[in-house]
Every structure is written in C-alpha cells, then in structure tokens.
Design a protein around this ligand. Structure first.
Ligand code: UD1
Length: 364
C-alpha cells in the first residue's frame, strides 16, 4: 500500500489536485491518498466554494496557516507540514503548481527523504522577481517525479541538469478539470444573475503583485479598461489582494466611476468556467487562465511582460500585452473586429492527464 499526501493550499491548486485525487481513489487497494490543505487560502470564496464545486472531499488534514509575508507563510507551512510527514510517514508527497505551499511542502518532504512528485514542473518565466518563479525552481530541483504540461518544461528541466528519467510529459491536469466540469458549468446561472449575454462581455482577473501592488501599473491597466469598456462591458471578479489595494491606493472611487466596468466578489469554479466560456475575450495575469482560454479557443490578453506558459502564445490564443495601455486597447479592438488567431490545443491536453500520472506513480 502506497500512502500519498496530496497537497493543496491556494485557489489554483484545487482544480489541479481534484482529478489526481479522483484517479488515485480508483486504486484504493493499492494507493492511500490523503488530502492535506495548508490553509494558505482560507476565505470561503477562495477555498470552500472550490471544494464544493469540484466535489473534493473535506481535507483529511488542515494546517490553517493563513496569510503572512513570504518567509512567514512558507515557514509556518513547513513547521506544520513536518509534523504531518513525521506522523503519517507517507511514501510520496504530491505538490501542484507554484504557490508557497508547493515549495514549503517539497522542502519538508525532501529533507525527510520522502519522494516528491511535482505536477506542472518545468515552467519558467525567467523572471526571478516573481515569487512563483523561485517556488518553481526550488520545487523542481527537489522533485523525484517531474510531470510537465508543455514541451518547454522538458527543455527547461534538461537545461537545468535534471535527468531525463525523472521527467514525464503528461499534459495538463487543469484541463482535465475543465473538460470534466464543462457541462456542469453550463448549468450555472451566473450569466442571468449578472444580466449578461453570451459573447457580449469581456472578463478580467488581476492579482499579480507586479500589477496590483504597484499603483502606477494598476493605474495604466485601469486606463486600458476605461477605454475598452466603451466598446464592450467588462466583468471583473476581484481577488482579495486586489480588493485590498483598490482601497489602499484610493482607486475605489475611480473604478466606481467607470460605467461598464463591473466589479464582483470572487466567484466559484463552475461560475467562473461559465463566464469564461461565454466571454468574448479575457484579460488576465493568471497562469492557469492562459491555458484554459487556449483550450477553449477564446482570445486572451495576458497583462504581464512574460509568461512561463509559452505554448499558449505559440499554439494558443494568448498574447502578452504587459501594462501597455495602448497595446491592450489595440488588441481588444482587433478581437472585436474578428481579427484574432484561433489557435490549436497542445498535445495531451485531453482530459486524461491525471490517469497518466497515476499510472506512472503506480510503476506501470
Ligand atoms: C497566491 C499565490 C499565487 C497564485 C494566487 C492565486 C504565492 C506566492 N502566491 O497569491 O501564485 O496565483 O495565490 O490566487 O503562493 N487573502 C484573503 N483571503 C484568502 C487568501 C488571501 O483575504 O483566503 C488576502 C490576504 O490579505 C493576503 C493576500 O490576500 O495577504 C495575498 O494572499 P497570498 O496567499 O499571500 O497570495 P496571493 O496573492 O493570493
């Protein structure tokens, strides 16, 4: 019997672990998956709602670490997770993505000689000012199984000296969830609730420190939204970090004065999928949404200078616009005029990635 700790912490982890956990449960005579939630995200709208939408079981172990500076949060997760590993004595720790919970738990496991599997390995923005880039580099250096979502991941890992025998190109577990829940998401009543017509709105998400912790950048992004909303209404579910900074920088009044820019609280997975698949286009600084829009073939403007997911630009519907107001406005116009690339779906983004991962972990 292989005892496995499946770790989640923050919002983008939940839809990645759900298909893996489900695939492991199928082999219950062989595998004992234990779900650990670090509590990095704790608001109902950032966590509980996702467990409900994804039909994830209640976490077996909840560490309740909460927010803090990077060092504080990472250290608190490590202290709590070390006790869990010593107590449970797992045969494997599975971490996903690039958040502080990912790196903290990998570091603990590696030092206790417990093998680590990193799902979504090898992605690189080559921008070390991004906290996630540091998390990715460390997690990959410590991992025993490196599961990649795109070919650039394999190339990056090989260049960093990771042996090829540890690297597995398996596809994208986030797309597993998207495919699995797409029909159910269509039953969401979010469009009616917000009085939106399919294809007649743009969707925004924004939470990167480089965008929302910097008043100048935040301002330039709002300038673009102000221009774009003259042509198409914009819906903007606001992340807690972003909400905090809108208040902190005194931008609330400005935003309230932009008539077709509609701010709403963070929403659950199914409602978000429904909004996304019905939007004309998406403007975002999220990692996962660049991939989801590529799969759905919906135009995506990424409000960043770089991306660790180049396949979404090379093959998909994504384009980088940075915080360049003029570029954002021009790109939005091109989309509205029907002049945008259609893109193709990358290899193995087919809904079966978690099964491939579990097959490899079972030594098949
Ligand atoms: C984290 C991840 C980021 C990911 C994002 C998705 C790291 C370094 N960052 O960023 O990679 O893209 O999650 O959402 O791991 N807060 C709440 N309620 C919550 C959680 C947070 O109000 O449930 C507020 C707190 O004020 C907190 C702030 O949001 O200080 C930031 O939270 P934190 O987890 O530190 O980083 P995120 O910006 O959410």
């Amino acid at each position: 019997m292989k005892r496995i700790l499946n770790v989640v912490g923050a919002r983008p982890n939940f839809m990645k672990i759900a298909p893996i956990h489900r695939a492991m449960v199928k082999f219950h005579s062989e595998l004992e998956p234990i779900l650990v939630h670090t509590g990095q995200h704790y608001d109902d709208r950032m966590s509980k709602l996702f467990f409900e939408d994804l039909r994830l079981p209640e976490p077996d172990i909840y560490l309740g670490v909460g927010s803090g500076s990077h060092a504080e949060q990472t250290a608190k997760i490590m202290l709590a997770f070390e006790k869990v590993v010593l107590d449970v004595r797992p045969d494997l720790v599975v971490v996903v993505g690039d958040v502080n919970s990912t790196v903290a738990c990998s570091l603990v496991a590696a030092k206790l000689w417990v093998p680590v599997a990193h799902v979504e390995a090898g992605l690189r923005s080559f921008d070390r000012r991004m906290p996630e880039e540091i998390n990715r580099l460390i997690t990959d250096a410590l991992s025993d199984y490196l599961f990649t979502t795109e070919k650039s991941g394999n190339e990056n890992l090989m260049r960093e000296g990771i042996p090829a025998t540890k690297i597995y190109y398996v596809g994208n577990v986030m797309i597993d969830s998207l495919i699995f829940y797409l029909e159910q998401a269509k039953k969401s009543n979010i469009l009616e609730a917000l009085h939106l017509q399919p294809q007649q709105f743009a969707l925004v998400t924004l939470h990167r420190p480089s965008n929302v912790d910097e008043p100048e950048n935040f301002g330039k992004i709002l300038d673009a939204f102000e221009e774009i909303q003259k042509d198409i209404p914009i819906v903007f579910p606001v992340h807690p970090r972003t909400e905090k900074n809108l208040n902190h920088f005194g931008l609330k009044e400005r935003v309230a004065g932009i008539p077709n820019l509609r701010l709403i609280p963070p929403i659950g997975y199914l409602d978000f999928m429904q909004l996304m698949q019905n939007s004309k286009f998406v403007m975002t600084d999220s990692g996962g949404i660049q991939e989801e829009t590529t799969y759905l073939q919906i135009p995506c403007l990424t409000i960043r200078e770089n991306t660790e997911r180049p396949v979404t630009i090379e093959l998909g519907t994504n384009e980088l616009v940075g915080t360049d107001t003029e570029k954002m406005v021009q790109c939005a116009r091109r989309i509205l005029e029907g002049r945008w690339k259609k893109g193709v779906v990358p290899e193995l983004w087919d809904g079966h990635t978690a099964e491939r991962i579990v097959k490899i972990l079972r030594g098949e």
